[in-house]
Ligand binder design. Structure first.
Ligand code: ADP
Ligand code: MG
Length: 237
């Protein structure tokens, strides 16, 4: 979605890309309910780059799964591009997830038997955009992430940093409003991690909205804003 399209003329404000209202989430373990997220409020505006930090086990991935609608909260509201996701049907939700959100994970999550180009094209199989030359676009994105000479390689034939570049190109193929990245440099050495962060930084400069989980304080310099998750709440101090 074009960020400009979300401008509300009447109220003279932009619609947040993400709005979380009083989110809570617990996991049922044995006969116990273990609360992980207790009361989360978060707004992310178009074009923002927000880093979410917190110790291991603090619920960062759980929070990301709520934002990306990969899982549902036990209470509270998730609004994406101003739409309450609870009001959407399963196919509508699948479409929103496929077209409006680009996911990047710590473990790259590429399909081993597919080449770079095929992995990048994968999200277009379920949601085809009319009039878009998918192959051309995939090639452009692969070039953009610096893998022009690796178009036909399989993931196992590439380094971790190269695989993460493929994952970033894949996340962009449907031109999503939002990029969600869960510790995208977590499995990379620091030099390779910096190169990946530069790609995110460029995307941000071009106006993409990015929410990135990290536990590396050095990486937060790339973000506009850092949000700290601790004991199930967002602590801005
Ligand atoms: P982080 O990403 O910050 O390391 P997670 O969101 O992965 O943390 O996990 C937060 C807590 O929730 C951890 O204690 C973890 O063990 C627990 N947890 C995560 N997923 C599940 C699950 N599906 N069932 C039960 N507990 C879970
Ligand atoms: Mg995690």
């Amino acid at each position: 979605m074009d960020a400009k399209a979300a401008y509300d003329e009447k109220n003279r404000e932009y619609t947040p890309v993400i709005e979380l209202v009083n989110i809570c989430k617990s996991y049922h373990v044995g006969d116990m309910d273990v609360p992980i997220l207790k009361s989360i409020d978060l707004k992310v505006m178009p074009g923002e780059f927000v880093a979410i930090m917190g110790p291991s086990g603090s619920g960062k991935s759980t929070l990301m799964n709520m934002i990306g609608c990969l899982d549902r909260p036990n209470c509270g509201q998730v609004l994406l591009m101003g739409k309450d996701v609870d009001t959407l049907s399963d196919p509508e939700l699948a479409k929103l997830r496929g077209m409006e959100i680009g996911f990047v994970f710590q473990n790259f999550n590429l399909v081993p038997r597919l080449t770079t180009l095929q992995n990048v094209e994968l999200p277009t199989y379920a949601n085809k955009k009319a009039g878009v030359d998918t192959r051309k676009k995939a090639k452009e994105l692969v070039e953009m992430v610096g893998l022009k000479d690796r178009m036909n390689y399989k993931p196992s034939e590439m380094s971790g940093g190269q695989q993460q570049r493929v994952a970033i190109a894949r996340a962009l193929i449907n031109d999503p409003s939002l990029i969600l990245a869960d510790e995208p440099t977590g499995n990379l050495d620091s030099k390779t991690g910096d190169e990946i962060m530069k790609i995110f930084s460029n995307l941000h400069e071009k106006g993409r909205t990015i929410v990135m989980i990290t536990h590396d304080p050095d990486l937060t310099e790339y973000a506009d804003r850092v949000v700290h998750l601790k004991d199930g709440i967002i602590d801005n101090n």
